[in-house]
Write a protein that binds this ligand. Structure first.
Ligand SMILES: [Cu+2]
Length: 340
């Protein structure tokens, strides 16, 4: 009956059912309350209407009644709060072993880079049944990554990473929207998320002759001369980056931060802001000198140096140098001439 009149978008991720259940609960609670209020309005309007010759009657308050209509809504609101918090934390906490895709938004397109090296525009291919973590940033204004079938939406903000994740449950092609007004052709900033069977996905993956993103990062790392100071034996003028990702870092100003994607990004672009304790402020800021794609590759490379958080990533990135990196990333500096 409702085949041509769907009330909901397709449910194609593990979060979709949870979000819908909460939403249906909210609709039922709101519906019942509306019914209750209007019934009471009509009943009281009739019961206490003005009647000729009948004097108005003074009605005193009732403590039990007031406690009842305070405690019951409190309980209902606490259920909404707790349920909402659980769904929120689920949707905001990417599983640790998720496949990673870097997203760069710009007016008016989506650029997607798989950690394995594949690059796409306005199309994202993912396997069914695997967790996918999106590490997103924008080249210009605020955009927002919205896949209704996954019940997933996250703003994409210039100057920092935001993170989202999903696990697709049904093969198919789903709409990707930009859902933050971002200029003239905002409505055209759309794309497809293509969910494939694992075997199909493997075939698609092997179709493109590219190396992993971390290998592209390793090449940029060498080209910018980063390796001169960030030595793996710990004797360099910069911190040794092996095993750093995901760990707490003590800063010169006394604070301690976690070395997540955003911290690595900040350290590349504005290294003076959160300088590691015990190191001199000698690293130049790379703000404006490297593209968002290059920053993503560098971050992926540094992450690959911490094998415990990135199972499998370190082995693939160690030796290979991605052939596509030289085209996209074109820093002129040679090793040793810059970046100390
Ligand atoms: Cu946009």
């Amino acid at each position: 009956m409702f085949d041509n009149f769907p009330l909901w978008p397709q449910r194609a991720s593990t979060m979709a059912g949870n979000v819908d259940a909460l939403y249906i609960f909210l609709i039922i609670v709101c519906g019942l309350m509306t019914l209750l209020v209007f019934t009471a309005v009509i009943y009281f309007a009739a019961r206490y209407r003005y009647r000729q010759g009948v004097p108005a009657e003074q009605i005193e308050g009732s403590i039990p009644l007031e406690v009842t209509w305070s405690v019951i809504p409190l309980g209902v609101f606490m259920v909404i709060f707790l349920w909402g918090a659980v769904v929120f934390f689920q949707s905001r906490t990417p599983p640790r072993d998720a496949t990673e895709v870097y997203v760069v938004a710009k007016q008016w397109m989506w650029k997607l880079e798989h950690a394995e090296g594949q690059r796409e525009i306005n199309e994202l291919h993912v396997p069914v049944g695997r967790d996918v973590k999106l590490i997103m940033t924008s080249q210009d204004v605020i955009h927002s990554f919205f896949v209704p079938a996954f019940r997933m939406k996250q703003d994409v903000v210039p100057g920092r990473y935001t993170v989202a994740w999903f696990r697709a449950t049904k093969p198919g092609t789903y709409h990707l929207f930009c859902t933050q007004y971002c200029g003239t052709q905002h409505s055209g900033m759309i794309g497809d998320v293509v969910v494939m069977e694992p075997a199909q996905y493997e075939a698609w993956m092997s179709g493109a002759p590219t190396g992993p993103l971390s290998a592209a990062g390793e090449k940029i790392f060498a080209e910018l001369g980063c390796a001169t100071c960030h030595r793996s034996d710990g004797t360099g003028r910069g911190p040794n980056l092996h095993g750093v990702f995901g760990k707490p870092v003590a800063l010169e100003d006394g604070r301690t931060v976690t070395a997540d994607e955003n911290y690595l990004r900040e350290c590349i672009l504005t290294p003076g802001d959160k300088r590691v304790k015990g190191f001199q402020p000698i690293m130049p800021p790379f703000q404006g000198l490297v593209s968002e794609e290059q920053v993503n590759a560098l971050v992926a490379y540094v992450k690959s140096l911490s094998p415990s958080t990135q199972p499998g990533a370190a082995t693939t990135s160690a030796a290979v140098v991605a052939p596509q990196a030289s085209g996209k990333a074109s820093p002129k500096a040679t090793e040793g001439s810059q970046g100390n």
